[in-house]
Design a binder for this molecule. Sequence first.
Ligand code: PLZ
Length: 428
Amino acid sequence: SQELTGRRLSAVSHAVGVTMPVYCARAYGGIIEDVDGNRLIDLGSGIAVTTIGNSSPRVVDAVREQVGEFTHTCFMVTPYEGYIEVAEHLNRLTPGSYEKRSALFNSGAEAVENAIKIARAYTKRPAVVAFDHAYHGRTNLTMALTAKSMPYKSGFGPFAHEIYRAPLSYPYRDGLIDKEWATNGELAAERALTVIDKQIGAANLAAVIIEPILGEGGFIVPAPGFLPTLRSWCADNGVVFIADEVQSGFGRTGHMFACEDEGIDPDLIVTAKGIADGLPLSAVTGRAEIMDSPHVSGLGGTYGGNPVACAAALGTIQTLEMDGMLDRAKDIERLMKDRLGRLQADDDRIGDVRGRGAMIAMELVKSGTAEPDPELTKALCAGAHAQGVLVLSCGTFGNILRFLPPLAISDELLHEGLDVLAEVLAGL
Ligand code: PLZ
């Protein structure tokens, strides 16, 4: 790994950072094996991507078969069945029983951009609302949607215009000011809707985009009622409601999609990451009349819905549906919340434990206060990494430790990872 670090630093742009300076040789069942033979416990899944487990058997078989038949034709030139089949599954699996359509792309950011294009074509309005702490990508339009400056935006402007930001529901922090705000999402939604109504106006607004559970911004779960109130305001005002489920989707939270927990059906839903077990694929799925509103050939791209990535997605979907994977996410939630809850009871530096399914986080604060503690978070991550446990941090203040284990991980490995974490924390 040290030798590869030398080569990386002389060949790869230093602007591409790495979490751990170890180099992967293979990965399976919640373990990453590096080129030196070290085995790490993977509590990150490559940022919520290998949800069903790295190199999952049905994915490997489907990819092997497809790559031997053809690797690319471009769906816009000579289409193929795999793309259509992925679209059919997406239309079936996403919430809402009305007629839907899908379009496939390569990355989460690209799909978010396309969702905005579609919403603008449909509504013929310019403005888009995103929220505090939002993360939607690193391309120009998605940088404008993303909230946090460092490292995502700083120095990379000017950004796309007609993007506005509204306040989020953040139960832990809202609750410090007023207890009711922690539980009553309608209050927080009214605060956001006042900003939207007074500063933009529904008549100018194409779309509201939100992550049902925020990812990079800190695994924030809005208070119950927040999402449904926003959703119904959008319906009443002809505004397209877009759920960015790039991180929370595809079984991560114990449902196929996180918005199912709130019983909402978005007009458009953006998916990526967990959709294809690591092959680059993303999608926009939604109401047929919205998805069909741009002119013919208005959407596309050379690689969007690549046949090999589609084969991987079909293997992934089959695995998620056949192997009781969603129940496994719920089991992981119980195990993690029990263990982290017990840690929190003994340690007032853990301000909050939250999340759903295999998307769980703890918010670290200065002892006895609610002041974010990014230094402690960094030290805890570094200590865990040194002991072979791969954990990630996130959050606007860099003080959230997040857990995104693959659903293929065993209870034993999870416990081992959490034992290490508890030990490192106790020593800090
Ligand atoms: N929307 C909700 O979580 C990607 C980014 C990591 P891409 N999150 C991980 C990093 O530092 O770049 C993400 C997301 C949500 C959109 C995206 C963007 O997806 O596939 O990275 O473009």
